[in-house]
Write a protein that binds this ligand. Structure first.
Ligand code: ZN
Ligand code: MN
Length: 487
C-alpha cells in the first residue's frame, strides 16, 4: 500500500493598513471593545463601503511576489454569512474574478526545490470576535471589516513537513514585503490545510474524503494537524473503505491540548454562500501604470537574497537565513558592504557579536543604531590586520555606547595590533620563559607540537593584552623553537 498525502493550503493574512477595508476606522489591537466601529463596519442600513487603496496595493505586492497575474478587471462579491460577528450578514469578498491568479512559490526543501502553485489571492474583510462570558455572549466588532488577503494554493504539498516549510517561507515573504506584521499569536496569519490521501493498493487507486482543518495559528499546529489527519484518514480508510465522493468534505478543528483534530460543522459548498456581485461597489480596474510601478519597486525577495548572500558574503547555507530573515538587517549588511566594508568579515561579525548584542537587547541588528559606515570601519580593521577578531568584539561593545569610529576606539582601548617584531619578541620571550613545560612538549614530542605552539601563541596574546599580531607571534615562536632544538 502506497499512501501519498495531498495537501493544499488556504491562508488568511491581515494586511498592515492603518484603517479598515471599507471605512476609516482605525485598525488597532487591544482597543476597548467596539470602540473602533462606525455605521459601515457595524453594518447599519444605508452605510456605503469605500475600498481601501493601500489594501489593494499590499495584496498586489504579494500577488506579484508569488508570480501571479494581476487582473486588469476585478470585482467584489457578497458571500452570505449569518453569524453575529459580521452584522451585515454577508462578507464582501472576491468570488470569480480575484485580484491575483495563477502564481507559484518555489523554495528549497529536503535537498530539492519545491514548487507550489498558487491558485488565487483575493481581498476580503475579516469578521469581529464573539466572546462567551458567564451567562451571556458578547461580540467585539473592532476587527470586523479589517482587510484580509486570502491566498489559496493548489494541492501541491505532500507532507506535513513541506507544508510547514511553505508556511514559514510565506510568513517571511509577507513580512519582507511590508504587507503584514503577520503576528501569529494575534491571529494575523492563519492557515487552513485541505488534506486527503491517495492510496494505492493492489493496483487500485483510492482517494480519501477531503478534510479542511480550520484556523491554525502556529507552524507547530499546522504541522501537527496534518500529521494527525494523515494518520487518522489512513486508519478510517482501512476500517471503512469510504472514499472521496461529492459532498463528503468536512471541517475539523485542532485541539492544541490533546493534539487531535475534532469534527466541526459540515463544510458549505460554494452555492450555499449565494455569492453575487456586490451592488454597493463598482468593479475595480487597477491602473496598468500603477501596477507596473508597484512591480518595479518590489524589494529583493528572501529566497533569491539568501542565494546571493551565500555567494557574495561567503556564508554557509545554514547561516545565510539568519542574515536575510530581518529585512532591515539584511539591508544594513548590504549598505555596510556598499560603504566599502569587507563582505566576508561583515557577515562574520553580523553572525557573531552583532547578533549577540541584538539578542541580549531583544532587538535586531538594524535597531542597534549603527551606521553602515561604522560597521564597515570595524570590519576593515580586522581585514587589514589592524585589530584581531577578539579585539573587534571588544570594540563592538564600546561602539554601542560611543559615537567615535571603530579605529579611534581601537587606539584608545590599546587594541591596535603590534606587528613590530621587536615588541612582539619581548612578549614571545616572556611566554617561553613562563611555560617551560609547553616548550619541552614542542621540542620533544612531535604529537604535542601543534598544541604546544597554539598554547604559546595564546600566552603571547594574553601577555600583550590582545595587541600582538598573532601571525607575527606564531612566526617568532617557531623561530625561537628552532633555535632551541638540538641540531
Ligand atoms: Zn468602521
Ligand atoms: Mn476567506
Amino acid at each position: 500500500m502506497v499512501v501519498t498525502p495531498i495537501i493544499g493550503l488556504e491562508i488568511h493574512v491581515h494586511l498592515a493598513t492603518r484603517t479598515k477595508m471599507w471605512c476609516g476606522c482605525a485598525l488597532e489591537y487591544g482597543a476597548a471593545p467596539n470602540s473602533r466601529t462606525c455605521p459601515v463596519c457595524l453594518g447599519l442600513p444605508g452605510a456605503l463601503p469605500v475600498a481601501n487603496q493601500l489594501a489593494i496595493e499590499l495584496a498586489m505586492r504579494v500577488g506579484l511576489a508569488l508570480r501571479c497575474t494581476i487582473r486588469s478587471f476585478t470585482k467584489w462579491d457578497r458571500k452570505s454569512y449569518y453569524y453575529p460577528d459580521l452584522p451585515k450578514n454577508y462578507q464582501i469578498s472576491q468570488y470569480d474574478l480575484p485580484l491575483c491568479e495563477a502564481g507559484h512559490l518555489e523554495f528549497p526543501h529536503d535537498g530539492r526545490i519545491a514548487k507550489v502553485r498558487v491558485r488565487r489571492a483575493h481581498l476580503e474583510e475579516d469578521a469581529g470576535k464573539n466572546t462567551h462570558l458567564t451567562g451571556f455572549s458578547g461580540v467585539d466588532l473592532n476587527r470586523a471589516g479589517s482587510p484580509l488577503l486570502e491566498i489559496v494554493t493548489e494541492p501541491d504539498l505532500s507532507s506535513a513537513d513541506e507544508a510547514r516549510e511553505f508556511a514559514v517561507q510565506l510568513h517571511r515573504l509577507v513580512h519582507y514585503l511590508g504587507v503584514s506584521e503577520a503576528n501569529m499569536q494575534l491571529g494575523q496569519m492563519r492557515f487552513e490545510p485541505n488534506i486527503n490521501l491517495r492510496i494505492e493498493r493492489d493496483g487500485e487507486v483510492y482517494l480519501t474524503p477531503i478534510v479542511e482543518v480550520k484556523n491554525l495559528n502556529s507552524f507547530r499546529s499546522l504541522q501537527g494537524a496534518i500529521e494527525y489527519e494523515v494518520q487518522r484518514q489512513q486508519e478510517v480508510f482501512l476500517e471503512t473503505g469510504v472514499t472521496l465522493a461529492s459532498g463528503n468534505k468536512s471541517n475539523r478543528g485542532w485541539d492544541d491540548d490533546r493534539l487531535v483534530t475534532v469534527p466541526q460543522r459540515e463544510k458549505e459548498e460554494a452555492h450555499d454562500y449565494r455569492y453575487f456581485p456586490e451592488p454597493d461597489l463598482i468593479p475595480y480596474e487597477p491602473d496598468a501604470a500603477w501596477v507596473a510601478d508597484v512591480s518595479e519597486h518590489m524589494p529583493e525577495l528572501p529566497i533569491p537574497r539568501t542565494e546571493r548572500f551565500i555567494s557574495e558574503y561567503k556564508v554557509g547555507p545554514k547561516d545565510a537565513p539568519a542574515l536575510v530573515d530581518d529585512r532591515a538587517t539584511a539591508d544594513l549588511l548590504d549598505d555596510a558592504a556598499a560603504a566599502g566594508g569587507d563582505k566576508a568579515t561583515l557577515a562574520r561579525q553580523f553572525l557573531g557579536f552583532w547578533a549577540m548584542h541584538a539578542n541580549a537587547r531583544e532587538t535586531t541588528i538594524a535597531r542597534l543604531g549603527l551606521s553602515p559606515e561604522r560597521l564597515a570601519g570595524l570590519a576593515n580593521l580586522v581585514r587589514d590586520g589592524t585589530v584581531s577578531a577578539t579585539a573587534a568584539a571588544r570594540i563592538s561593545e564600546a561602539m554601542l555606547t560611543r559615537s567615535e569610529p571603530a579605529g579611534v576606539l581601537a587606539e584608545e582601548m590599546g587594541l591596535v595590533q603590534v606587528s613590530d617584531a621587536g615588541a612582539v619578541e619581548t612578549w614571545v620571550a616572556e611566554a617561553l620563559r613562563n611555560n617551560p613545560d609547553a616548550v619541552r612538549d614542542a621540542l620533544d614530542n612531535p604529537k604535542k607540537l601543534q598544541r604546544a605552539r597554539g598554547f604559546l601563541t595564546g600566552q603571547v596574546m594574553k601577555i600583550s593584552g590582545g595587541q600582538a599580531d598573532p601571525k607575527v607571534a606564531g612566526d617568532l615562536i617557531e623561530r625561537k623553537l628552532a633555535e632551541l632544538r638540538p641540531a
